[in-house]
Design a protein around this ligand. Structure first.
Ligand SMILES: [Fe+2]
Ligand SMILES: [Fe+2]
Length: 171
């Protein structure tokens, strides 16, 4: 197998394992989220993530490669961190706990954005246009999720910054 094709397949196997882990982790994140909009965002991204698994499987088929998952240690670590935030969050107030969940989730999205970005470029380079298109679709959803998480964290940050002090400044 040519070098770039081999790289593409191997890295896709890594991402497949990453996405499979997220299919299991996202329901826990949704359950732990206290703010309803954040809960919804995790649930929506769970559905999208199931689609990411399907797209990867389609991409393997297009490449004539086996859809085999290879242990993704990076995502294992990130999911573990997320799990810690969930556990610690049980003793925290809503804002502190939700912001910690957003932080963990954005690390995950950035990991995925990095992975899909690289692979799309590799797929384009070797002329696998259809594969590149599938990877780009998922990439766009990861980027959208990252932006949505930033948007959802803004009011929480505002609230966490403490309104009483702002009133004092005005007086
Ligand atoms: Fe994903
Ligand atoms: Fe994602």
């Amino acid at each position: 197998m040519p070098v770039l094709e081999e790289l593409l397949v191997e890295e896709m196997q890594d991402l497949l394992h990453a996405e499979n882990q997220l299919v299991k982790a996202l329901p826990k994140m949704a359950k732990a989220a206290k703010e309803p909009k954040l809960k919804q965002a995790f649930q929506k991204h769970l559905e999208e993530t199931q689609g990411h698994v399907e797209r990867l499987k389609q991409a393997f088929e297009l490449l004539g490669a086996r859809a085999k998952a290879k242990p993704c240690k990076g995502m294992q670590g990130l999911v573990q961190e997320g799990q810690e935030k969930i556990t610690e969050g049980r003793e925290k107030d809503g804002i502190g706990s939700d912001l910690a969940l957003v932080a963990a989730a954005q690390k995950v999205e950035h990991y995925e954005i990095s992975g899909y970005g690289t692979l799309r470029t590799v797929a384009e380079k070797i002329g696998e246009t259809k594969v590149a298109k599938l990877l780009a679709q998922t990439l766009a959803e990861e980027e959208k999720t990252d932006k949505l998480l930033t948007e959802l964290s803004a009011p929480l940050l505002e609230e966490g910054a403490g309104e009483p002090e702002m009133e004092e400044q005005e007086a």
